[in-house]
Every structure is written in C-alpha cells, then in structure tokens.
Design a protein around this ligand. Structure first.
Ligand code: GLN
Length: 283
C-alpha cells in the first residue's frame, strides 16, 4: 500500500484485497482512532505513513482470514465490550441465546434463590459468565477454564468491567477440585467444543484455538462428560444448559435424558437454528 495514499485510496486498496467494505472502514477507523463517519467525510485526507503501514498490516491479516475481533482486540457480546486474543474463541452472537436463557431461568424457575450459584464451564474470554453477572448481579458466578492463556483474558475482562466472577482453572468439573468453598450450583452453563474433527466448517476457523472448537465422538464427547459429571456439583432441581451445533439438539437432549435430566428444551439462535439444549436435574 502506498504511503502517500489518501483515506479513500487506502479503503479502495483494502477492498481490492478482498475485504468487506465495513471491515475495511472499521479497521481504518481503529488505526486512526476516528469514527466511520469521520472517514467518509475525510476521503481526500492524506494518510500519515505510519498509519498507512499499520493499516496495510491489518488488512493483510484480515485478508488471510484472521477474525476481525483479534485485529482490534475486542468484541461486543451481550452489551459488554470484551477483550479478545488468539488464546480464546471469539464470542459469537449465537451464544447470547445461552445467556438469555440463563437470565430467564434466574428470573423464573430460580427467582426464589436470593444468591443463586451459577457456573460457566469453559469460559474462554469470560463472555457467558460476565454477561450473566452483568444481567443478574445477585447471582454468585463462577467460571472454569482449562487454558491458562484463556483464563488470563477472562480475568482481565472481569477486572476491567468490574464484574465479580470467581475463576478456577482445570478441565471441566476438575476445575472445582481444589476450590473447597465451591457451592453446589443452581445453574450450570457451557459452550464447550462441539465441532466434529472432520467438519468442513473447520477450514474457515483456523485462527481460533482448536481445543475450544473440536470434540471427539462427532463433537459430543465434552457435552457427555459435562452432563455425566453434573450430579453432586449441580443441585437436584438445578439446570444445565449447553450450546451445541445446530444439528446436535436431539443428541444433546438424549444425553441429558440419560444422565438424569428432565424438562428438556431447546432454544434457537438469532438465525433461527436450534442452538441450545438444557434440562433440570432429577425432575
Ligand atoms: N459456534 C462456533 C462455530 O461454529 C463453535 C463454537 C464451539 O465449538 N463451541 O463457529
């Protein structure tokens, strides 16, 4: 990219490299610390060489398929601005369905609990745990995560947003093993890896942590482990909610039924695909 380019020329060059118009504009706005409307009003302004070089580098990374959120280091999720980095899955709008369901239960079936204990297993950036705490301040929210890199991102998000979430490190339920003060939970939510290793969709997700995406047994292994380990950690009458692949609702419902859950239901995501399935333990 020429260092003497104007704003409009830089945007045109990004488009020529295959970027969507909105991505091209938002990345340049990010580099310049300006709004999109500023860009549109200043198309003829010369771009300082340093900014042009920084923009060119981001455009190349975006053109190579890197998620937009990693390039700007943040993502909006359920009304919160979360820092994200390659150690964590980029929060998806689909996952807001899981948060909304959890919040509905906290105002519904669990409304009589004065300080309901909620656990997010595999929290990644902290998205679900932080959005639940933000939407339901009376909840005591815990979040487990195996990856130390992800946990650092999640903790920093909690601190910056001033949301009180207790983080514990470990593999699914093992994360609670060393926490002697862990409560018996009223609600457990999880967006575990659920993509099958041979899913062609993975070809488009090469920049995100594979451990957050892929699970054995056609993508169901981690959902099975979480459901099978719930008893004892989740109280009888407590709820377990999963996000899953849009073709997995029946399989997840069957796993929940086999592991002692009742009142099993599925909710759809913003694109109207069956995306979350959950149930109530021992009911
Ligand atoms: N919904 C994500 C995707 O298909 C996958 C998230 C996950 O595996 N938990 O891009």
């Amino acid at each position: 990219m020429s260092t003497s380019a104007t704003v409009a020329a830089a945007l045109g060059a990004a488009r020529a490299r295959g970027l969507e118009r909105l991505d091209a504009q938002l990345l340049l706005a990010h580099v310049l610390g300006q709004s999109r409307s500023w860009l549109l009003a200043h198309g003829d302004d010369a771009l300082p060489a340093g900014h042009a070089a920084a923009y060119g580098a981001l455009v190349a990374r975006r053109a190579a398929g890197e998620p937009f959120a990693y390039l700007v280091g943040q993502r909006e999720f359920h009304g919160l601005t979360l820092a994200v980095a390659p150690a964590v899955l980029v929060p998806r709008p689909d996952t807001e369905t899981l948060v909304d369901w959890a919040l509905d239960l906290l105002q519904g079936d669990l409304r009589d609990a004065s300080a309901p204990a909620v656990l997010d297993l595999g929290t990644g950036s902290g998205a679900i745990a932080l959005a639940v705490k933000d939407g339901c301040p009376r909840a005591r929210v815990w979040a487990g995560e195996r990856s130390a890199g992800a946990l650092a991102v999640a903790r920093a998000n909690a601190e910056r947003l001033a949301l009180d979430v207790r983080f514990v490190q470990g593999d699914w339920w093992d994360a609670l093993a060393s926490a002697t003060d862990a409560p018996v939970f009223d609600l457990v939510v999880s967006n575990p890896p659920y993509i099958a290793a041979d899913d062609p969709h993975l070809a488009g997700l090469t920049h995100e942590p594979l451990a957050a995406l892929v699970a054995a047994e056609h993508g169901l292994a981690d959902i099975r482990r979480i459901a099978a380990g719930a008893r004892g950690r989740l109280r009888s009458g407590g709820w377990l909610l999963f996000e899953h692949g849009w073709e997995q609702a029946d399989a997840v419902a069957a796993i929940l039924a086999q592991t002692g859950f009742g009142r099993i239901a599925t909710r759809r995501d913003i694109e109207d695909r069956p995306r979350c399935t959950g149930g109530r333990l021992g009911a």
